[in-house]
Design a protein around this ligand. Structure first.
Ligand SMILES: [Zn+2]
Length: 76
């Protein structure tokens, strides 16, 4: 699988690799930069369908640090 060759000049979403706190699988999630520099939202794991509490923090323009936690409040 090759990455797209096109230059990413106008990035409308930012992808990040995260590890599911429930099933341990790695998955790619997409952050919408227009949502702000600090975002928290819920997204379902594409593998096990359990809800992640996603926290995204913009560290540089277009560059987000993303973390996921269990929505049930557990400490992974
Ligand atoms: Zn999962």
């Amino acid at each position: 699988m090759c990455p797209p060759a096109a230059a990413r000049t106008l990035t409308l979403s930012v992808d990040a690799e995260v590890q599911c706190p429930y099933c341990g699988e790695w998955a790619t999630i997409f952050v919408d930069p227009s949502g702000g520099a600090e975002q928290t939202y819920v997204e379902d794991c594409p593998v096990c369908c359990r809800p992640w509490l996603v926290h995204a923090h913009e560290e540089e323009p277009g560059g987000f640090a993303v973390g996921v936690a269990r929505q049930d409040g557990g400490e992974a």
